[in-house]
Design a protein around this ligand. Structure first.
Ligand SMILES: [Zn+2]
Length: 273
């Protein structure tokens, strides 16, 4: 090879970015993981005697996670029956689809719906996303298939999956939703047989959405059980597990019905990253 040809080769390699002497390019950071808090209704009770756990009004948030262009909806809130003050207890100001439209997300873009547990205030609008894969504890799916369903369960909310018209994965252990270790469903049985929580490892710090493992900070302090609790022993074990994990990871724990925890995530349409 002549000197001129060698120089030309070197120049071409440089332009192509493949020259051996070039410093390694900095590693590309992973695409942002984002977490939105959606308003998915509230429980407003006018009776004189409230349930022991109940704060009035009780927020019923649900959450959207974006990971590299794919979306997980965590819980599905109050059903559309709650719109327009038609229902005495369950209230809904805006649908999930309406909020997704505000941030440019179409219902068919929701790849996964994770349901913390089978109670109707967590499943209400799931059927608006019938193309999504349902991720639910196997114990809770069995409850929703039982006849008659127990108090608090609303099988019609997940009818597309019960009918076999949409994909469902019944979870018996922790589940890595996107396969990259950043968003994990944690099996935390006790409130219901297949109750689960969601760990989201945001760049600003991990967040655990605890479902109804605790209803309130008072529950956590006094070791109280929520009403509609299927197993005290399992709930205590799951609380200990999540508590230890949160301590180890220095995670923010959000009790989904606790009004004091709502502000731990930014107000919609802002997202935590
Ligand atoms: Zn609930």
């Amino acid at each position: 090879m002549t000197l001129g040809r060698a120089l030309l080769c070197s120049l071409l390699l440089l332009l192509a970015g493949r020259a051996g002497a070039q410093p390694a390019a900095p590693a590309t950071p992973p695409p942002a993981l984002r977490l939105w808090r959606l308003d998915c209704g509230r429980l407003d009770e006018n009776r004189e005697k409230l349930w022991a756990w109940q704060r009035v009004p009780t927020p019923c948030p649900c959450y959207l996670v974006a990971n590299n262009g794919r979306y997980l909806l965590w819980d599905a809130g109050i059903s559309k029956r709650g719109l327009g003050n038609a229902h005495p207890v369950a209230k809904l100001d805006r649908t999930i689809s309406d909020q997704l439209a505000q941030i440019g997300v179409k219902p068919e873009q929701i790849a996964f719906i994770g349901i913390s547990h089978y109670h109707g205030d967590h499943t209400g609008q799931a059927s608006q996303f019938p193309k999504a894969q349902l991720l639910i504890g196997a114990g809770d799916l069995a409850v929703l298939k039982s006849s008659p369903p127990p108090r608090g369960a609303a099988p019609p909310h997940i009818q597309p999956w019960l009918d076999g018209k949409a994909p469902v994965e019944a979870l018996v252990e922790d589940h890595d939703v996107f396969g990259d270790g950043r968003v994990t469903i944690l099996m935390t049985p006790g409130h219901t047989p297949g109750h689960s929580a969601l760990l989201v490892k945001l760049a600003t710090g991990p967040v655990i959405l605890a479902g109804d493992l605790w209803f309130s900070h008072a529950d956590a302090l006094r070791g109280e059980m929520p009403d509609f609790n299927s197993s005290r022993a399992e709930t205590l074990a799951s609380r200990e597990r999540v508590g230890r994990l949160a301590e180890k990871l220095d995670a923010t724990v959000i009790l989904q019905h606790e009004p004091a925890d709502v502000g731990k995530l930014p107000a919609f349409p802002a997202a935590a990253e």
